[in-house]
Design a protein around this ligand. Structure first.
Ligand code: PA5
Length: 442
């Protein structure tokens, strides 16, 4: 069993099959490296290129940190943290943060909130903590700021020598401030290869080390990704390739006038999987005034808030449901003598049965309301199938971006806010831009 896609409630088979030629061309561009952004294709064959020694090195480092630390702070932003958080949240107990005696993973460098950083510093006071600092460029402001604060705190609490063994950096092999600092201080490091962009880096040490630190089996995760590398490979017929079918279906819906793809789940553990997916598709396709806007909702929770708009608002979206076939645990609906809520007709049924009927009912209601529905089904939430899911979405994203005609592997638009922020902060070198931006505000 693998992850499956069903687009029958979204577009006709004929419409999807009409993409056969375009899909074949996109696959060729990816596999022959002849398309736009071809210097960022390191993710394509990554699962099968990961060696047992590399996984062992990551696991050994994770074990050391887990042995030593009550808390591990993962510092990174965008592609440098979302993939790890997506997998960790999907696999963790929902109340992990209340469980004593286990190494907790927390995050920093993904915002510039002063209160967030203050509260994190307070949490870490008198705790034995470690830091995984992740930045491909090694120069991103948000993680650099967080690392400065937390490195200082760690050195004050543990002493510089002991702190050194509790810090791991994941960055470029030669360039950037983080690489320079890691070399100067003698930190353990892992490399982000030049040809792997942030949002495609979850199967590199960027994702694997934090996931291993959270206690999960990265070997199984990579095995699942390897399986999808075959299933979504160039030699798989279009009709059997889930990544190709998903890419074709969403492009058909975009061409038909849909502007928003809403990724929905019925398991709150998948909230951050959708955050990772939003970055993957938003940053890859949203350029040249083109691209579906990737949005997300957690159901049934958001059916009680966004459900009204989805059912009857502007008809601009389709839904992709991330469905989990089988939960990891079993809970039956209880019988109650008084039956004041009138729910005894469900007594003895699994909670998941109720959830599944909510999922089915929602799909039918939304389709009736003009919201086409694609279903992506994952057999169960475990490392193996999450590995499959990650590679499936990555491969579909590469194909989809090429069908759209953009470079799916760059993100030139991300620089605009940074330029303005540095000008407003009077960063040396930005004198002219500072004058210009302040004149606009005067
Ligand atoms: O996908 C991307 O390239 C971005 O989201 C980056 O991952 C993010 O901006 C962080 O960059 P860096 O790892 O260089 O600090």
């Amino acid at each position: 069993m693998d992850i499956k896609i069903n687009y029958s409630k979204a577009v006709s088979q004929e419409t999807v099959m009409a993409y056969k030629q375009q899909i074949a061309e996109a696959q060729t561009m990816l596999h022959n490296g002849t398309g736009k952004g071809n210097d960022f294709l390191g993710w394509l064959n990554l699962p099968k290129e990961i060696t047992a020694e590399h996984l062992q090195d990551i696991q050994t480092t994770a074990q050391l940190l887990r042995q030593e630390c009550e808390v591990i702070v993962v510092i990174g932003i965008g592609g440098s943290y979302l993939g790890a958080k997506a997998v960790i949240d999907a696999l963790n107990n929902s109340f992990e943060w209340l469980q004593n005696g286990k190494t907790q993973i927390v995050y920093a460098g993904q915002n510039i909130g002063e209160d967030y950083l203050y509260e994190l510093q307070e949490l870490l006071k008198n705790k034995k903590f470690g830091i995984i600092s992740i930045s491909k460029s090694g120069t991103t402001t948000e993680p650099a700021l967080a690392f400065r604060l937390l490195k200082t705190q760690l050195e004050e609490q543990q002493g510089k020598a002991a702190a050194k063994d509790l810090i791991v950096c994941i960055t470029d092999k030669a360039r950037g401030a983080l690489r320079t600092l890691a070399t100067q201080e003698g930190y353990k490091t892992f490399v982000i290869e030049d040809n792997i962009g942030g949002r495609f880096s979850v199967l590199s040490p960027v994702g694997l080390l934090p996931i291993a630190c959270a206690g999960f089996d990265i070997t199984r995760l990579v095995e699942g990704a390897r399986r999808m590398q075959d299933v979504c490979g160039q030699s798989t017929p279009f009709e059997e390739n889930p990544a190709a079918l998903y890419a074709a279906a969403r492009n058909a819906l975009y061409t038909s006038g849909k502007k928003v793809e809403l990724l929905v789940n019925f398991h709150p553990k998948l909230h951050y999987m959708a955050e990772w997916w939003k970055q993957l598709y938003g940053e890859s396709e949203g350029k040249e005034n083109k691209g579906l806007f990737p949005a997300a909702a957690d159901f049934t929770t958001d059916l009680h808030s966004m459900g009204q708009y989805i059912q009857q608002g502007e008809r601009l979206m389709f839904e992709t449901v991330l469905s989990v076939a089988e939960p990891n645990h079993h809970v039956d609906f209880p019988y109650n003598e008084a039956n004041l809520d009138g729910l005894n007709f469900l007594a003895g049924k699994r909670i998941d049965h109720v959830n599944k009927m909510a999922e089915l009912g929602t799909m039918l209601a939304h389709v009736d309301g003009g919201v086409p529905n694609i279903k992506v089904e994952i057999p169960v939430l475990n490392e193996y199938y999450l590995g499959e899911l990650i590679y499936f979405f990555e491969k579909a994203c590469g194909i989809s971006g090429y069908i759209l005609g953009v470079n799916p592997f760059d993100q030139p638009g991300v620089e605009a806010y940074k330029k303005n922020m540095f000008a407003l902060l009077d960063k040396p070198g930005y004198e002219e831009a500072s004058k210009a931006i302040k004149a606009r505000l005067a």
